[in-house]
Write a new protein. Structure first.
Length: 314
């Protein structure tokens, strides 16, 4: 188990500005301002590259990026940080489950923790467990990474209503930057994990743009995203790596606090790829609940957007 604390200057280069601008309602093309040299000539040239009817919007994007950079400098000077917690565990897959060789206080006496996953019900019928070596008589083990990352909670509370320095615009700016900083922290950490801690890609030489385009070996699916839609998985991951060690708390529904947090898995298989589970039927829903040892009533709120039919209680 490892914990890494990054200064903001260490993770700022890893920020994916595309998602920052998306949060502010800007189309993807305006995020390119983050790649433009800061001199007046380069910025003027970038602005001139837009059709006349889009230049006002491009100027807004330019100003927003400038103010975001200033805020990052301020936050760094105030000592705010980002934090990453991760563990690398021996494991094997068993059907649509991954058996992690790690005991938890309320877990199985076998020394294994079972993580259950959903499978697509349309081609190509993928499940994340497909990318982990199956249980085999030769006792060959695979490895899986489990992570959580966050930005200091104080960042997203700055300039909030009721504070002496209340400012709605700056408050939103800090919130959206905190989200990006948490993601940037795990981006940087995952790079180090692939090259050094896990070491399955020691010769990797990728640019930041390559990292954002996910050109590295393996995948890093996050809880709540299309291939890991069940937020209750956070309870299982928390028991394995202890989110609270970096200040992350879980609500009764598995949501993370601070909001600027991310958790998930790291899988090294060269053919591993991202996918969306999509709708699931009654048979898979019941099977999934049984594998997790939960009732369908307890799981329904976590999977409501995936359920194509009405289910009976289990």
């Amino acid at each position: 188990m490892s914990t890494v604390h990054y200064q903001l200057v260490e993770v700022a280069p890893y920020i994916n500005w595309l998602y920052f601008f998306h949060a502010w309602g800007f189309p993807a093309r305006f995020a390119a301002i983050a790649n433009v040299h800061g001199c007046d000539s380069c910025r003027a040239g970038w602005l001139a590259s837009f059709p006349e009817e889009e230049r006002a919007k491009a100027a807004e994007a330019m100003q927003l990026h400038k103010e975001a950079q200033r805020m990052l400098t301020t936050l760094a000077a105030q000592g705010y940080q980002t934090h990453v917690r991760f563990g690398l565990f021996p494991c094997n897959s068993d059907g649509d489950d991954i058996l992690v060789e790690a005991a938890v206080p309320d877990g199985s006496p076998s020394g294994h923790t079972c993580l259950s996953f959903l499978r697509q019900q349309s081609a190509p019928f993928l499940c994340l467990a497909d990318f982990i070596r199956p249980v085999n008589p030769e006792a060959q083990r695979d490895c899986i990474g489990i992570f959580a990352a966050c930005a200091d909670e104080g960042i997203e509370q700055l300039y909030a209503d009721g504070t002496p320095a209340a400012d709605a615009y700056k408050h939103l700016l800090c919130q959206t930057l905190a989200d990006r900083l948490a993601e940037a922290a795990i981006e940087r950490a995952h790079e180090a994990i692939r090259k050094f801690y896990w070491g399955y890609a020691p010769d990797e030489q990728l640019s930041i743009a390559d990292l954002h385009a996910e050109r590295f070996q393996g995948i890093r699916p996050a809880v709540g995203y299309p291939s890991l839609p069940d937020q209750s998985l956070n309870f299982d991951l928390d028991r394995l790596i202890n989110f609270s060690s970096i200040g992350i708390r879980l609500t009764e529904h598995g949501a993370m606090q601070p909001h600027a947090s991310v958790s998930g898995l790291m899988i090294s298989h060269p053919q591993a790829r991202y996918f969306s589970i999509g709708h699931i039927g009654d048979d898979q829903f019941l099977d999934y609940a049984q594998r997790k040892g939960r009732s369908t009533e307890a799981l329904r709120p976590y999977l409501s957007t995936l359920l194509a039919v009405t289910h009976t209680a289990g």
